[in-house]
Design a protein around this ligand. Structure first.
Ligand code: GLY
Length: 398
């Protein structure tokens, strides 16, 4: 499709892309829309700065404190966020330079459609999936279907889940993050009519709901299963403070994942789960008043502990969607919280200055603190979910 025709269609596609039927219609506030439009203009300019510093054969990951850029290979779990953000920005406002940069990066990623990785949904659906919202190129559909087939191969019916991390013989490790990869599978069933993909996603969501969560709806990060019997061997929180703590981003993956599964299935148990997780997050005494969480709810050292902008951005995006499925009181609670997060992330405490932080939009995310990597740095997935949250907010009431 020629670019000039492409962009005339964007307004229609944008409504469809975020077009879940809202139960409660909440109107966006003019002052938040103004802030968001300023943030999105800034984000476009900032990514034009970033793109000058991304090596031709890779994807950006972060900007180091020593003033150098760090890239990632196409096989990294984070690879799809940069092109995905570029396409989101084009959904908001036509921009040929950002669009063409996104297309260049897709070329690097295409070969990943057969990768044996639990993260393939993040990688391919955030990139090719967003490209498809702008241009229904049949090759994108083929790439995404091959990706969904690749993910399906990691399903173990005894456990009822797709495998996350490589596991010792007889073991089968599943992380809460994997909820995010189910959207690719749900899409594959809609695209083909083959229910096998959705069956895997539903089984994975049901098993995760049963074993990853505590009575207060906080979640463990990792559940290790016996691969032959499906019995739980151990529950851990590898990227958080302690096994029984609530890792900040992990709570976001659960909130977003179950909200998405409710959108796709309309099964009320997923809505109950998403509402329970939202309530855990929003009523926690460990959530700062500005609602951008610490890297772990139970970290020592509060209030000076590291915050995680990426977790805040994921919460904001998920809460805006969830608000559309609930009664007016909860809807207001979720949208109010999302507005607070967007305001916090838009402030100079979290938003980079133009040309600052290497061209990333947000500062202050935490990748893997226990491992000592990517601590208090910009990260592509913080930018991605921040932009997504703002587009979802703009679409409120439509
Ligand atoms: N999926 C890895 C992370 O959230 O850090």
């Amino acid at each position: 499709m020629k670019i000039r025709y492409l962009f005339t269609a964007i307004a229609c596609f944008a409504a469809v892309s975020f077009g879940y039927a809202q139960k409660t219609v909440i109107k966006p506030k003019p002052e938040i829309l103004k802030l968001i439009n300023d943030d999105l203009s800034f984000a476009g300019a900032q990514y034009k700065f970033l793109m000058k510093h991304v090596p031709a054969d890779s994807l950006p990951e972060t900007f180091r404190p020593d003033g150098t850029w760090q890239s990632c290979a196409a096989k990294s779990w984070t690879s799809g966020f940069y092109p995905g953000t570029l396409f989101y920005l084009c959904l908001d406002k036509k921009d040929t330079m950002l669009y063409n940069e996104g297309l260049r990066r897709l070329k690097i990623m295409e070969s990943q459609k057969t990768i044996n990785s639990h993260d393939i949904g993040f990688m391919m659906y955030c990139s090719f999936g967003n490209a498809m919202k702008l241009n229904a190129d049949p090759s994108y559909k083929d790439i995404l279907l091959t990706s969904a087939q690749s993910l399906s191969k990691r399903f173990n019916p005894k456990v009822g889940c797709t495998m996350s991390w490589g596991s010792k013989p007889g073991e089968f490790r599943v992380i809460i993050d994997n909820m995010m990869n189910l959207e690719l599978l749900m899409w594959a069933t809609k695209a083909t009519g083959d229910s096998s993909y959705a069956k895997i996603a539903i089984s994975h969501a049901n098993t995760t709901m049963k074993n990853h969560f505590r009575p207060d709806y906080s979640s463990y990060h990792l559940v290790n299963y016996n691969s032959e019997t499906g019995q739980v061997i151990r529950k851990q929180t590898v990227q958080g403070y302690a096994d029984d703590s609530a890792w900040g981003r992990g709570q976001g993956w659960g909130l977003y994942g179950f909200t998405m599964m409710y959108r796709e299935t309309k099964d009320p148990k997923y809505l109950k789960q998403a509402k329970g997780i939202a309530n855990f997050i929003l009523s926690s005494p460990n959530l700062p008043a500005d609602k951008v969480p610490y890297w772990d709810f139970n970290t020592p050292g509060k209030p000076n502990a590291f915050r995680d902008a990426s977790a805040g951005a994921i919460y904001a995006s998920a809460l805006i969607e969830l608000a559309g499925y609930v009664d007016a009181v909860n809807a207001k609670r979720y949208v109010d919280a999302a507005e607070t997060i967007i305001k916090t992330l838009s402030s100079s405490a979290f938003r980079s200055p133009y040309g600052g932080t290497g061209g990333f939009i947000l500062k202050h995310s935490v990748g893997h603190l226990p491992k000592g990597v990517l601590i208090d740095v910009p990260l592509t997935y913080a930018d991605y979910y921040f932009v997504e949250a703002m587009l979802r907010y703009k679409n409120l009431g439509k």
